[in-house]
Design a protein around this ligand. Structure first.
Ligand code: FRU
Length: 506
C-alpha cells in the first residue's frame, strides 16, 4: 500500500486526512495507478522480479505538463495495489530518459551482477534536447542502466549510448526480450514509420537484424512504443508472434492508439501474416496509448498496461495535482474467430481482488429504459459491470444529478459499439474530446458479452470477451451515481448482469 512519506501536505496533519486529501480529489481514479502528483505518460520498463511487479513511467516531477523526462517508479505484489518509490532514472548529459523496457538478466550476460544476484537491466531512449534544438537529427540514442537491489537504485552504464543514432529523428522506445531459440537478446524499437530489430549477446553491443512495417498498417503518425512476443492460439498448437506498434496521431478515434500485427519471427525477421492494408487495434477507444507488456511475468502471462490518455488533449485534462492514469492491467490472448486470428484483451483476474460486494440479476427484459441504481444499493462510480445481452441496440447510461452522463452501447445497423461522452462533464478543454467514439464488432455471436470497468473518471469497456475494447476518460462535476440500461429501439433481453463494487487501492 501507499508509503506515507507524502511531501505535498502540511506537517502534523493526521495521516488519514492526508491520505484522503491526496487520493480523493475530484476526478482522481480510485483503483487505477496514478502518480501522487505531477505529469505522467507512458508506462515503461515493466518487469516482474523477486515477487514484485515493477512499473516505471514517463514522469516530469516539476510540472503538470510534459517536460524533461525521468522514469518514475512503483512496485506491486498483486498488480493492483501499488507502492510509490523514488524516481529511478534522471536525465543526464546524454539527454532525457524516454520510454523503454527492463529485463532480468538471469545469466548475467552483462556482467553487471553475479549469477547469484542477476541484475535488472533497463533499456531506454536518451533524448538530447540541446542537439534537437541545434537542428540535428541524431538526438535520440539508446542507453542502459542496471540495478542489483531489486530496482531500488540504478547505475547507468558508463559507455552509454549502446546504440547510436543512424540519422533518424524518431529513433526510440526499445523493448527487449531474450530469444531462447537463437540464444540472444532481441530489441525492437521504432524509427519513424517502421520498426527495427537488433540482436545482442550482452545488452551492450547490438547488431541490426531487420526492419518491419513501412508498408504495413496505419501510418497517420509516428510509430512509437513497440512490443514483440509469441502467443499460442487458444485451444490450438499454433503459435504466432504479436508485434505491437503504438501510433500518434492516426488512431481510429483520432490521436493516439495501439495497433498490432500477427506473424512469425525467426530470430531475425518478423514476417507479417496480416494484409498490408489491414489494421487491427488492441483498443479502439481514445484513451489507451503507449501500452506494452510485462517482461518475465509468472506463467509467461502477457500482461498489458497502457497510458490512459491521448496526446490530443493529455496536457489539458482538468486534473490536479497529478495528470494521467494507467489503464487497468489486461491480459492479452490470441483467439481464432471465424477463421481469423485476433488479440483480445481481458480484464486481469487480479481486479477481482478489489471487488468487495456484488449484485446479480438474471433474465430480464428492458423495454425502453430500466434504472438499476436503487436495486444495486452501493455507489456505482467505482464498479465493474459484467453482462450478456442479445445483440440488438442497447446502451448503458451512467449519470449524475447534474444531468451529466456517459453512454456506452451497441448500434446494430452499423454493427458498431459506441461511447458518447458529449455530455459527460467538462469537455471544453479540447476541441476533439466530445467527438463520437466507435469500435467495430468483430464477434458474430447472437449474444453480446460485456465488461465495463468504471472508475471515477474513466470507463474501460471489453465487448465479446475482449475482442472490441475501448477506454475513455470523462470528467463529471459530480461522480456518476446512477445507471440505467436502455433498449434503444425496442425491447432487449438481458441474460444476466453482475455489478461489482470495487474498493480503492490507496
Ligand atoms: C509516447 C512517447 C514515446 C517517447 C515518450 C516521451 O507517448 O512519445 O515515443 O519515448 O512518449 O515522453
Amino acid at each position: 500500500m501507499l508509503a506515507l512519506s507524502l511531501w505535498c501536505c502540511k506537517k502534523n496533519e493526521p495521516t488519514q486526512t492526508i491520505v484522503d486529501k491526496l487520493y480523493a480529489e475530484k476526478y482522481r481514479p480510485r483503483f487505477h495507478f496514478t502518480p501522487k502528483e505531477k505529469w505522467m505518460n507512458d508506462p515503461n520498463g515493466m518487469v516482474y522480479h523477486a515477487g514484485e511487479y515493477h512499473l516505471f513511467y514517463q514522469y516530469h516531477p516539476e510540472s503538470l505538463v510534459w517536460g524533461p523526462m525521468h522514469w518514475g517508479h512503483a512496485v506491486s505484489t498483486d498488480l493492483v495495489h501499488w507502492t510509490h518509490l523514488p524516481i529511478a532514472l534522471y536525465p543526464d548529459s546524454l539527454g532525457m530518459i524516454f520510454s523503454g523496457s527492463a529485463v532480468v538478466d538471469k545469466n548475467n550476460t552483462t556482467g553487471f551482477g553475479t549469477p547469484e544476484n542477476p541484475p535488472l537491466v533497463a533499456v531506454f531512449t536518451y533524448h538530447n534536447a540541446a542537439k534537437e534544438k541545434e537542428g540535428k537529427n541524431d538526438f535520440q540514442t539508446q542507453g542502459i542502466a542496471y540495478s542489483l537491489d531489486n530496482g531500488r537504485s540504478w547505475t547507468k552504464y558508463e559507455q552509454n549510448p549502446v546504440i547510436g543514432n543512424p540519422g533518424v529523428r524518431d529513433f526510440r522506445d526499445p523493448k527487449v526480450f531474450w530469444h531462447e531459440e537463437t540464444k540472444k537478446w532481441v530489441m525492437v524499437l521504432v524509427a519513424g514509420d517502421h520498426a527495427e530489430l537488433y540482436g545482442s549477446q550482452d545488452l551492450k553491443t547490438w547488431t541490426k537484424l531487420s526492419e518491419f512495417g513501412q508498408e504495413f498498417g496505419a501510418h497517420g503518425g509516428v510509430w512509437e512504443c513497440p512490443d514483440l512476443f509469441p502467443l499460442t492460439v487458444e485451444g490450438e498448437e499454433t503459435t504466432k508472434w504479436v508485434m505491437i506498434i503504438n501510433i500518434n496521431p492516426g488512431a481510429p478515434n483520432g490521436g493516439s492508439g495501439t495497433q498490432y500485427f500477427l506473424g512469425d519471427f525467426d530470430g531475425k525477421v518478423f514476417s507479417c501474416d496480416s494484409k498490408k492494408s489491414k489494421t487491427s487495434w488492441i483498443d479502439y477507444g481514445p484513451d489507451d496509448y503507449a501500452g506494452i507488456t510485462w517482461s518475465n511475468a509468472p506463467g509467461d502471462r502477457k500482461i498489458f498496461i497502457g497510458w490512459m490518455s491521448n496526446w490530443a488533449y493529455a496536457q489539458e485534462v482538468p486534473t490536479d495535482p497529478w495528470r494521467s492514469a494507467a489503464t487497468i492491467p489486461r491480459e492479452l490472448t490470441l483467439v481464432r474467430v471465424n477463421d481469423s486470428l485476433y488479440v483480445r484483451s481481458l480484464v486481469s483476474p487480479e481486479i477481482q481482488y478489489l471487488i468487495e460486494e456484488s449484485k446479480e440479476y438474471d433474465q430480464f427484459t428492458v423495454n425502453d429504459s430500466l434504472e438499476l441504481t436503487t436495486g444495486i444499493g452501493f455507489p456505482i462510480s467505482t464498479s465493474v459491470f459484467e453482462g450478456s445481452v442479445e445483440a440488438k441496440d442497447f446502451a448503458l447510461e451512467f449519470s449524475n444529478d447534474l444531468g451529466q452522463r456517459i453512454v456506452i452501447g451497441y448500434e446494430a445497423a452499423s454493427n458498431r459499439y459506441f461511447i458518447n461522452r458529449k455530455e459527460s462533464g467538462a469537455t471544453d478543454f479540447s476541441k476533439t474530446f466530445a467527438e463520437d467514439i466507435f469500435a467495430p464488432r468483430i464477434a458474430t455471436n447472437k449474444k453480446i458479452k460485456f465488461t465495463v470497468v468504471m472508475d471515477v473518471s474513466s470507463a474501460e469497456v471489453f465487448f465479446d470477451d475482449g475482442l472490441s475494447v475501448m477506454a475513455s476518460l470523462f470528467f463529471p462535476d459530480k461522480v456518476y451515481q446512477r445507471v440505467k440500461i436502455r433498449g434503444q429501439s425496442g425491447a432487449v433481453q438481458v441474460d444476466h448482469l453482475t455489478v461489482g463494487k470495487v474498493s480503492p487501492i490507496w
